[in-house]
Write a protein that binds this ligand. Structure first.
Ligand SMILES: C[S@@+](CC[C@H](N)C(=O)[O-])C[C@H]1O[C@@H](n2cnc3c(N)ncnc32)[C@H](O)[C@@H]1O
Length: 215
């Protein structure tokens, strides 16, 4: 893999994608972004059980932040990712992997799944626009949406893709993403979501939270 490692301002590591010309996380803090813009937005610490769809799994930081912060009895995660090179990096990383559940993440990366009495996770490789079609309707409480930016990866920010996400979310389900771009919010609204500001983290603008209020 040609992506190179970068240390972000909270001390956690991420990678810079030569293909997309962007880093995998905010340089203000990769670990902080995963925790505050993804795991905490879905109220992870207060849930007894939760089913999460992690779109653009990458190094798995958003899922890892959720697993580390979860205090309930059942957390189930499906990750969607297209690039095997970044998945392999999860197993290659040592102590710089910033989450306690690194061993769980390594098994997901090498085996494609993980299961214990509390945690179930499965990784589906391929283009998320196709692989999402294999998921059942009304399945997910939370969606972590983390593609490269709308300029670099427009195909994952379209109304058509958001409609596919909407289909697999439960009524009342919450989607969270780092982007507050107008095109993202307009397309989420057109797909049926109610959209509001997400948290401000680092020096960027707010993220976006989109709720499926109707069945
Ligand atoms: C900003 S990074 C995600 C960072 C990730 N959440 C993490 O914690 O490392 C975007 C990810 O989207 C993946 N990706 C790009 N196009 C994709 C597609 N069509 N389907 C699925 N994944 C895709 C990239 O390989 C990359 O891992």
């Amino acid at each position: 893999m040609t992506d190179r490692k970068v240390i972000t301002k909270d001390g956690s590591a991420t990678y810079y994608s030569e293909e997309y010309g962007e880093s995998y996380h905010s340089l203000s803090g990769a670990m902080e972004e995963a925790d505050k813009k993804y795991a905490q937005v879905c109220g992870i610490g207060e849930r007894e059980d939760v089913v999460i769809l992690d779109i653009c799994f990458g190094l798995g930081y958003n899922s890892a932040a959720a697993i580390d912060a979860f205090n309930g009895s059942s957390i189930r995660i499906v990750g969607l990712e297209s690039y095997q090179g970044i998945i392999d990096e999860i197993s290659r990383m040592g102590d710089e992997y910033p989450f306690k559940c690194h061993n769980i993440m390594k098994q997901i990366a090498s085996e494609g799944n993980y299961e214990d009495e509390k945690t179930y996770a499965k990784l589906i490789m391929g283009d998320a626009r196709e692989t999402i079609k294999s998921l059942k309707k009304d399945s997910f409480d939370c969606v972590f949406l983390d593609p490269f930016s709308p300029n670099k990866c427009p195909e994952l920010w379209t109304k058509e893709f958001f409609e596919k996400i909407y289909r697999v979310m439960k009524k009342g389900g919450v989607l969270t993403t780092y982007s507050c771009a107008r095109i993202v919010r307009d397309n989420l609204t057109a797909a049926g979501f109610n959209v509001r500001d997400g948290p401000v983290v680092g020096r960027r603008g707010p993220g976006t939270v989109a709720v499926k209020d109707q069945a």
